[in-house]
Design a protein around this ligand. Structure first.
Ligand code: LLP
Length: 422
């Protein structure tokens, strides 16, 4: 469910015509619906009503401060993977006691920042990381709350680039090494074992891999209990998929029910780290057609957004629905929708059937709220697009379009290249 719908042939975001926003802010731009974000959070959170739980929104999916603030107001915590994400989450008002820190490569500096903030839990992914965390905590005279990330070796049946819970992936620890890590943590006065963690992948459209991972975690908890280690939190990560085209992911209620059944009467608090399912369908990328080019083999609709703005099609061959902002009865064409970047991979759709698109017309690339702007770059020296949030009949620029000065901010020509010394 989302709030991007046609009214009298015009695409609206909630109660605002998308065309009006384009007129004001120019193109391309990301557009988020506050009502959709709120609804997605509430549906997800409510699905777990029956069990002690904490939803820690996965900041990496969309880290705009407005999005984070909206979730903070809904009571969400945050799953972060960097000092930068910690900074954003705190700035948006997410309480530190609701923040979990994931990721295989936390630096001592990032650990310090998180310890000083007083976060809920570090999801530790190696013995080396655990030892470093203990040292950092000792220097600060603090105790670091830890969970060890288990690699449960289950197949999430998703794109290989976003599958993380297989033995061959870099994430987490196998059971034997995880046990060693727990034993180390138990003996160290600067570490406090609070949880166990896993995340098996993203855009999962089946429930069974989640249940299988949880089953393995439960088995592991029994092993821990045998050596007198008590677990307060099970963090199951994120990963629930969304509809981009013809996928049929389970609704949050079904997902929650299956997890609840598998949990049984285990006395723990469940932590969830949803990203995509909260924001994916709450955002679109609006772009303008620049040219229509027919060649003997293919037709191309060339638009003013590029792979630097939305990388998913180029990177994962991901499908995103593309619809005209003004609904039309035009004859159908089959075309590639491509950006202006000097790469063959710069496309949003290939051999897609669309109503004939004329230069100047606006298109909406759907389901772009997750892993959209956050993966944008300045490749080809393109300023990154604006981000806009609609709330009812109002809209707000929540990140202004970058300008050329911003492109070179921080760059310097060294003295040996400056004219005087030339
Ligand atoms: N927790 C951890 C530890 C993660 O690594 C991730 C995502 C999540 C939670 C959130 O997963 P979600 O609920 O969004 O599936 N750029 C890719 C997705 C990469 C996901 C990385 N980890 C894409 O555009 O599809």
């Amino acid at each position: 469910m989302h709030h991007f719908q046609y009214r009298d042939g015009e695409l609206y975001a909630e109660d605002v015509p998308v065309r009006e926003i384009a007129k004001k802010v120019g193109t391309p731009f990301y557009l988020y619906s506050a009502a959709t974000l709120r609804r997605h959070f509430r549906v997800f959170d409510k699905a777990f009503d029956g069990i002690p739980h904490l939803v820690c929104y996965s900041v990496k999916a969309n880290s705009n401060l407005a999005v984070l603030s909206l979730f903070a107001k809904e009571g969400s915590g945050a799953d972060i993977v960097s000092g930068g994400e910690l900074y954003r989450a705190l700035k948006a008002g997410i309480p530190p006691k609701k923040i979990v820190f994931s990721g295989v490569g936390k630096t001592p500096k990032e650990m310090r920042e998180a310890l000083q903030a007083g976060i809920l839990m570090f999801n530790v992914e190696s013995l080396g990381e655990l030892k470093t965390l203990a040292k950092v905590a000792k220097r600060l005279e603090k105790i670091a709350p830890v969970a060890i990330r288990i690699n449960p070796d289950v197949d999430p049946k998703t794109h290989p680039y976003i599958s993380t819970g297989l033995k061959k992936n870099k994430f987490g620890l196998d059971a034997a090494n995880a046990l060693k890590a727990y034993e180390f943590a138990k003996e160290n006065p600067y570490l406090e074992i609070v949880g166990i963690d896993c995340h098996i992948g993203s855009q999962l459209t089946q429930i069974s891999p989640f249940v299988e991972a949880l089953r393995k975690i439960k088995e592991f908890i029994l092993e821990l209990e045998a050596i007198d280690i008590k677990i307060k939190y099970i963090d199951l990560g994120g990963g629930l998929g969304i509809v981009y085209g013809n996928e049929a992911p389970p609704p949050p209620a079904e997902y929650a029910k299956a997890l609840q059944e598998e949990l049984g009467d285990l006395d723990v608090t469940l932590i969830l780290e949803p990203g995509r399912v909260l924001v994916g369908n709450a955002g679109i990328l609006v772009t303008k057609a620049l040219y229509y080019k027919e060649t003997p083999t293919k037709n191309f609709v060339i638009v003013d957004a590029g792979m630097n703005d939305l990388l998913r099609p180029a990177f994962y061959d991901a499908y995103h629905e593309i619809i005209p902002v003004k609904e039309k009865d035009a004859p159908k064409i089959v075309a590639d929708v491509v950006g202006p970047i000097c790469e063959t991979g710069d496309f949003f759709a290939r051999d897609r059937e669309l109503p004939l698109v004329r230069p100047g017309e606006l298109l909406a690339i759907m389901s772009a709220g997750a892993y959209g702007f956050v993966m944008a770059s300045n490749y080809n020296s393109r300023p990154r697009p604006a981000e806009v949030m609609v709330n009812g009949s109002d809209f707000f620029v929540v990140r202004r379009r970058e300008n050329y000065a911003r492109l070179v901010a921080g760059e310097k020509i060294p003295p040996f290249l400056s004219e005087q010394n030339g």
